[in-house]
Design a protein around this ligand. Structure first.
Ligand SMILES: NC(=O)c1ccc[n+]([C@@H]2O[C@H](COP(=O)([O-])OP(=O)(O)OC[C@H]3O[C@@H](n4cnc5c(N)ncnc54)[C@H](OP(=O)(O)O)[C@@H]3O)[C@@H](O)[C@H]2O)c1
Length: 319
């Protein structure tokens, strides 16, 4: 039962939200946040296969949402190199169909994109005005999704994220902890720069944006592309070191810095994944906490570990 106070907390009294990717990192956090406080139609790949255009159209027309949050994606960057058709279906075709259907219903589409639309050669954080030039199939598919959404003229908010992790599921944080349990040293790339961002912080920001949308005139709500990441910068090596500092009390494994080129068999990734969030902050009036504060919050949910033996190489599969 939705109470008046909960509804006014969300400010979305009569809003129906269609969530895709509800079993993923961001989707799970968004679903948990909204439980009991909003009408969320949660879908994973079993409920709605986003590679099937007609199924998407039928589902959205039946659901009649006011907001679509598209948290589904083909996120395995290395697998995308060999599965470009499946990757483009999910990351480029599906968002455009969702945008067209959102336009038809006069609904807002909130879609997530990535720092990997850039090649990482810039020495400063990327802004929304920088030209996209992806290095890999995943980045190309996400850039195509962005362009397709823009061409649909749907009211859409595209949030470019980077280096997402959470306490649950299969992600870089979980890989580091799993390997650290059984190893005396971990080798982690120290030549890519980014801002590790918790899935929960993205879910919270999304919830806040939906509240702003609910309380604004539809036509005045800002749409377009925005960068949204944690404040600050580090490398995967810096992130792994901070994570193990927070979660290991004794026999903490050594974290050895290595160069990314040592993982030569995988998709190329940008060296610089930093996104300037200035436009988001100026437009919406808030920003995400620093990557250290976010990691502290997530680490507090993790069990304290003791150490182990051996040596492991950390490889980052996810987007
Ligand atoms: N992860 C990162 O580091 C990162 C960085 C930058 C941007 N992003 C972007 O942020 C967004 C959220 O990322 P995330 O890490 O939360 O994603 P994720 O954990 O990889 O989850 C993606 C979800 O997509 C769903 N999916 C896969 N194939 C599908 C299909 N055919 N039909 C419908 N759903 C399907 C899966 O659903 P089931 O589990 O039900 O199969 C999965 O739970 C994505 O747009 C991603 O590109 C992520």
């Amino acid at each position: 039962m939705l109470t008046r106070s909960l509804l006014s907390h969300w400010g979305i009294n009569l809003m129906r939200i269609l969530l895709t990717g509800s079993n993923g990192q961001v989707g799970t956090e968004f679903r948990k946040l909204g439980q009991g406080t909003a009408e969320i139609i949660s879908t994973g790949s079993r409920e709605l296969d986003l590679t099937r255009e007609e199924e998407i159209r039928r589902f959205v027309r039946d659901a009649k949402p006011d907001v679509i949050v598209n948290a589904a994606s083909f996120s395995d960057v290395d697998a995308a190199e060999r599965n470009w058709d499946a990757c483009f279906a999910l990351n480029a075709m599906a968002p455009v169909v969702l945008a067209e259907e959102a336009h038809r219903l006069d609904a807002l589409l909130i879609h997530y994109s990535t720092d990997q639309v850039f090649d990482g050669s810039k020495s400063e954080p990327y802004t929304e005005k920088d030209r996209t030039s992806p290095l890999n199939v995943y980045g190309a598919s996400k850039a195509a999704g962005e362009q397709g959404i823009a061409s649909s003229f749907a009211p859409a908010l595209i949030l470019r994220l980077s280096w997402i992790y959470s306490a649950q599921g299969d992600n870089i944080l979980r890989s580091i902890l799993r390997l650290a349990k059984h190893s005396s040293e971990l080798q982690v790339a120290n030549d890519q720069v980014g801002a590790p961002t918790s899935a929960r912080s993205i879910a919270r920001a999304t919830e806040r944006l939906i509240r702003m949308y609910a309380n604004s005139r539809k036509t005045q709500f800002p749409t377009g592309i925005y960068h949204l990441t944690a404040e600050g910068a580090t490398t995967w090596h810096g992130f792994a070191s901070a994570l193990l500092d927070a979660t290991f009390r004794q026999r903490k494994p050594l974290v050895i810095p290595i160069a990314t080129t040592e993982h030569s068999s995988f998709a190329r990734r940008p060296r610089n994944s930093l996104l300037s969030c200035q436009k988001f902050m100026t437009t919406f009036g808030f920003q995400l906490a620093s990557w250290q504060q976010q990691l502290e919050e997530v680490s507090a949910e993790l069990p304290v570990e003791t150490g182990a033996a051996g040596s492991e190489l950390i490889h980052h599969d996810e987007a």
